[in-house]
Design a protein around this ligand. Structure first.
Ligand code: NAD
Length: 392
């Protein structure tokens, strides 16, 4: 029976308050009122700022009497300066809350602006290492509403912002429990115009989050449950969303899969991400697409540690061949169907800085929860395999 996408709505409270469903962006003024925000700063990217969805949301907020302004001076794979500039705009406009509106880049800058608006230390002092986060003045963090317009990063429900430190081309994970937005308005209709290649790349990001969370060796059965269902949704709906972007049910299920990925990865990530962060920071490649390139190589490398888990997953998502090899073959076929490059070279990455990338990957916080311990040597091997297109 065909699915009526208007029924795919609900108010959820896990992992944060989520108003989910097509058309729910119209409730932005009520969202602001619920958090006592009277002068929201909408943080978005320059491309989205030109689209009617931002103009409509701003007009709706103005009609409701809110003192709204837009900040959009940020780039994909955002850098520290984008946050500094956003904080300046926030203070100059005497704002009292942030509406982070866009893909992961805009969401991460918006979350960081709200976080940094009341801090005295530099952003990098809050990198996700040990209990750095406890240095922050939590009372000074401005309220955040997140409105995702891609289905991939799940940043709308996450407790980190990913920002590149310009001086050393390093992606830093800025962590604080209160950087998680207090309200998410997850309106899948906002993704109907997302181009095919971004739909594919961001969808593979959602897949990578769920998959690495499941493979992480940490004990967290709740996260495991979310991750397997997230992967099932990706299997069923990502090819549909890429083929027919106007399919609202597919858009809704992918938006759910994306929030599920970021919910599950509280359990940890792995070498897909520890490799993808330096490659994205140095070569400015798209995060989700970079994850998609690394996925089969890391999966094959981790085989010994995850074989049983992956076979159980393959049974759950209904693969005909529910062995580890069957799952790996399906990942390769999905990548091909979505036109994901097979090698790092095909992604446009040069092979002249393998040593540097391996060192950066070994230092990335995601490396710590890969199911097989990975240091510089192992990351180097994975990089070589990913350049050569070799799975074993
Ligand atoms: P993005 O935010 O960089 O957006 C990619 C492009 O899509 C932009 O040009 C944007 O204008 C366009 N776009 C976005 N929504 C659109 C829409 N509805 N219609 C038409 N165009 C649209 O891409 P992304 O993949 O969402 O985010 C990537 C960033 O997120 C990276 O910086 C990555 O490191 C970060 N990230 C963060 C987390 C986290 O937990 N905080 C997790 C994963 C990735």
């Amino acid at each position: 029976m065909p699915i009526d996408p208007t029924t795919l709505k609900g108010n959820w409270n896990y992992p944060t308050r989520i108003w989910f469903g097509p058309g729910r962006i119209a409730e932005l003024p009520q969202g602001c009122a619920s958090l006592g925000i009277k002068r929201p700063l909408v943080v978005t990217d320059p491309g989205l700022a030109k689209l009617p969805m931002i103009a409509e949301a701003v007009a709706n907020a103005k009609t409701a009497g809110l003192g709204v302004a837009v900040f959009s001076d940020l780039r994909p794979n955002p850098v520290g300066k984008n946050v500094t500039d956003g904080v300046a705009a926030y203070k100059a406009g005497k704002h009292d809350g942030v509406v982070a509106f866009g893909g992961g880049s805009a969401l991460d800058v918006g979350k960081s602006v709200a976080f940094m608006a009341g801090q005295t230390r530099p952003l990098w002092d809050f990198e996700d290492i040990g209990d750095n986060w406890a240095r922050a003045n939590a009372d000074a963090i401005a309220p955040i509403i997140a409105v995702p317009t891609t289905s991939g990063t799940g940043s709308e429900v996450g407790r980190v912002s990913v920002v590149t430190q310009e001086e050393n081309h390093t992606k830093r994970l800025i962590f604080h429990p209160k950087i998680q937005p207090s309200l998410v308005i997850a309106d899948p209709a906002l993704t109907l115009g997302l181009p095919k290649h971004i739909t594919a790349a961001t969808g593979m990001d959602a897949f990578a989050h769920n998959l690495e969370a499941l493979c992480s060796p940490m004990f967290h059965p709740q996260a495991d449950g979310i991750a397997v269902e997230g992967i099932r949704l990706v299997k069923e709906w990502l090819p549909v969303a890429v083929k027919d972007g106007s399919n609202l049910a597919a858009r809704a299920y992918m938006m759910a899969a994306s929030t599920m990925g970021a919910t599950a990865f509280q359990k940890g990530l792995g070498a897909i991400h520890s490799l993808s962060h330096p490659v994205g920071a140095v070569y400015d490649t798209h995060h989700g697409l970079t994850n998609a390139v690394f996925m089969p190589y890391v999966l094959a490398f981790n085989r010994k540690a995850v074989e049983d888990k992956i076979a159980a997953l393959a049974r759950y998502i209904g693969l005909k061949d529910s062995s580890f090899t069957g799952f790996l073959d399906w990942v390769l076929a999905l990548r091909q169907e979505l036109s994901v490059p097979h090698t790092l070279k095909d992604l446009g990455v040069a092979d002249d800085r393998i040593d540097m990338l391996a060192e950066m990957a070994a230092a990335d916080p995601s490396a710590g929860t890969n199911p097989i311990p990975v240091g510089v040597k192992e990351h180097r091997t994975l990089l070589e395999m990913s350049f050569a297109g070799r799975l074993g």
